[in-house]
Ligand binder design. Structure first.
Ligand code: ZN
Length: 138
């Protein structure tokens, strides 16, 4: 069995951002030489997510508005976490959008459903953050 590890780095220009990373995950599978196995893709930060959904800008806007209703960024004083930080909302948004995805690798590619794409969800950006890709298989 082979294993392969890669980090993807991000520094978004806005506090919140949704980035399709599917092609980068597929590229890592090519680099690994793995044909059959499992891909784990996870955010390495507690204010960012990796999730699977549709690559449709209206939906991304809907996610953003929905998350802002659930956990508004401001006022910062509404959160007990915001003593030395201002990112309590980002922790809450990450929690509901999830930490990671696990996807089958079949015939050297991600075995996704017809509209499934993998996204990095940033909720406290404008600084360097990363995603871990871990692949196992043969
Ligand atoms: Zn924090």
């Amino acid at each position: 069995m082979k294993s392969y590890r890669k980090e993807l780095w991000f520094e978004t220009r806005t506090r919140r951002s949704y980035i399709n990373i599917t092609s980068q995950v597929n590229a890592s599978i090519n680099e690994s030489g793995i044909r059959e196995g499992i891909a784990l893709v996870n955010a390495m930060h507690i204010t960012a997510s990796v999730f699977i959904n549709d690559d449709e800008t209206g939906l991304h806007s809907d996610f953003d508005l929905w998350l802002e209703k659930l956990a508004p960024e401001k006022p910062y004083s509404q959160y007990r976490h915001n003593g030395f930080e201002d990112n309590a909302d980002a922790h809450l948004k990450r929690q509901i959008m999830g930490r990671e995805v696990t996807v089958a690798i079949t015939n050297g590619k991600l075995d996704l459903g017809p509209w499934e794409q993998i996204f990095y969800g940033e909720f406290d950006g404008m600084r360097k953050k990363r995603v871990l890709i871990k692949l196992i298989g043969d």
